[in-house]
Every structure is written in C-alpha cells, then in structure tokens.
Design a protein around this ligand. Structure first.
Ligand code: CP
Length: 332
C-alpha cells in the first residue's frame, strides 16, 4: 500500500504534475512536457549507478498489463519501478482470464480491487487505455494504445534529442515510414510541434494519414525531399499487425524507395541523428550500415533513456496520487 507523503517532503501544498493519468502527449502543455523531461534528466545518472534501489516509490505497487507484445516498454517500466523501490507485478495476458473471455473493463475492475497504485497498460485498440482509466482508482499510464499514442516513447525520444542537441526548438525532424498506423508518430508530432520543432512526415501516399497536415506537419512522399537538411531522421517500421490488405507493393520495393540507407541519408544534415523506436526491421525500413553507425545512430541511447523517462513518469504520477489521497480526493 502506498505510504503517505513523508512529513519532511519538500512539496507540501501542490503536486508537481497536474495530471492524474498519463494517457496522451496531446493532453500535455509545453510546461508539463518540460517538467517530465527535466525530472527524467535528473534520473539518468541514478539509472546508470549500481548503488541499489531508491526509496521514492517504496510501498507503491505498479502493475504492468500488456495486451500486445513488448520488449523495451514493458522491461523499462518494470526496471524503472524497481529502481525507485516499488513492488511490480507483470500480468501475462496470455495466461490470464482474458483468454477465458473476461472483458477489458472486468479485468481492470478486478485488478483495481487489489489496490495497485499505478497501472501501466498497452492495448491494441485506440482509446482503450483512456476508457480503462475511468474505471479505476489508481494512476494509469498509457504504454501504447492502437495507432493513437505512445506518450513515453515520445518523451524518451525528446530527451534523447535534447541531450544531444541541447533543445528541440528550431530543429527539423523527419518522421519516415508507416506514419499511418504509428502511435509513435502521433505522440512525437504532438510533442515536437508543441516544443517548437518543424516536423515533416515522409511516406508513400498509402502510409500517410489523411489530412496529416492538420497536425502542423508537412507531408512528403519522396525520401530525399523529406530528408533535405533534416537535423533528426526518425524511422518507423511497417506496422503489419495493424494493416488489413497490402499497403506497399513489396518489401524489396519499399526498401528501395523508403528504406534509410547511406545514400538517402546524404540528403539530411551531415550530423543528422538517426532514431528508431524499435523493434527495427533491418533491410525493410533501415539498412544496417545506418542503424549501426556509431557516430549518428542514437537508437540504443533511446532505449537507455527510456528507463529514466519512465522513472520520471512514475515519480510524478505517484506524487500526484499521494496529494489526492492526502486531500481525500480519491475514492480510496
Ligand atoms: N518502442 C517500443 O514500444 O518497443 P516495444 O514494442 O518493444 O515496447
């Protein structure tokens, strides 16, 4: 059970973060994003240290509930919670009663009855995590819902860029590949435009969402034009699990026109950073010579900083939860 805020805690009056849940970047202000990134920056060193567990989340229970597969997000949420001293439960959907027909809401109510403090949820349906958040008393963190949002991915991407480039404002970021089905693209578009970057999306016409320009980006269907002068090149995989029918003629043709290789990369700035949220499909959206370029690829930095970002998200949401409970504002 989550303990009350210690009497010596330095923030007696207000929570640092004004949101009860973290569901979407589109719900956050530039100040909210700045607070999350600054807090995460402060956790980078702690995440690298081997000095054992912290105590910030001692007594807190974090449940991971993933209805889709994950390597990076699930592991890093688990590590982040443990490094802050929380107890964690990783629920395996494959061996849960969901397989016997239990609904998402009944599963959520069942877990809620066990009094977790934070639920981290990934679900294949857009909006499912938000719906779930309305049924429980704990904080809910969206770990990716359908093609809607993946907020912690955008935050870790922003932290990676900020630490390499000193800031986000004024940078040109090209997000390339299957933008249509990508929650990573949506969260990044919201975050990067909120912080003042120029964002381009680059994809074949079949993989661009309709009216994508309304999100404040420019759209390109030719790689070199989309990459011209870019500071950051962010590649996305083909999200086959969300496709019904064929969106590209063949993998070979897709790689030829839209796969990032050294030749196409020459259109970007000479020091452009190469990013990918993972999992990568080498030879489909990215060539190994680019993915493994130790000067320019920051793909493993993204993974490392993901833990610090998730530590920050858990810390700030639990801080808010403690505040609400102390003020009698929660049902529990
Ligand atoms: N980037 C990302 O969400 O990776 P996983 O699917 O491995 O969690």
């Amino acid at each position: 059970m989550i303990p009350p805020r210690p009497a010596s805690a330095p923030r007696p009056d207000l929570p640092r973060f004004r949101h009860r849940h973290l569901l979407a970047i589109s719900e956050l202000s530039a100040d909210d994003i700045g607070l999350l990134l600054d807090t995460a920056d402060g956790y980078v060193a702690a995440n690298r240290a081997t000095t054992g567990k912290g105590t910030t989340l001692a007594g807190v229970t974090v449940m991971n509930l993933f209805f889709e597969s994950s390597t990076r997000t699930r592991t890093s949420f688990d590590l982040a919670a443990k490094r802050l001293g929380a107890d964690t439960v990783n629920m395996s959907v494959a061996t849960s009663s969901i397989k016997k027909g239990e609904t998402l809401i009944d599963t959520a109510l069942t877990l809620n009855a066990m009094h977790p403090d934070v639920l981290v949820v990934r679900h294949p349906e857009s909006g499912a995590v938000s719906l779930l958040s309305q049924k429980v008393h704990c904080a809910v963190l969206n770990a990716g819902d359908g093609s809607h949002e993946h907020p912690t991915q955008a935050l870790l991407d922003a932290l990676t860029i900020r630490r390499r480039r000193g800031g986000i404002e004024g940078l040109t970021v090209a997000i390339c590949g299957d933008v249509r089905h990508s929650r990573v693209a949506r969260s990044n578009i919201h975050l990067l435009t909120t912080l003042g970057a120029q964002v381009r999306v680059v994809a074949p016409p079949t993989l661009l969402p309709s009216s994508v320009e309304r999100l404040g980006v420019s759209a390109h269907t030719e790689m070199r034009a989309g990459l011209a002068g870019a500071d950051i090149v962010m590649m996305l995989r083909l999200q086959r699990e969300r496709m019904q029918g064929a969106y590209v003629p063949s993998v070979r043709e897709y790689f030829r026109f839209y796969g990032l290789d050294q030749d196409k990369l020459r259109a970007a700035k000479p020091d452009a950073l190469i990013m990918h949220p993972g999992p990568m499909n080498r030879g489909v959206e990215i060539d190994s010579t680019v993915a493994d370029d130790i000067q320019r690829s920051v793909i493993l930095d993204q993974v490392e900083l993901g833990v610090a970002v998730r530590m920050a998200c858990l810390d700030l949401l639990v801080d808010r939860l403690r505040y609400d409970r102390a003020a009698g504002r929660t049902d529990r």
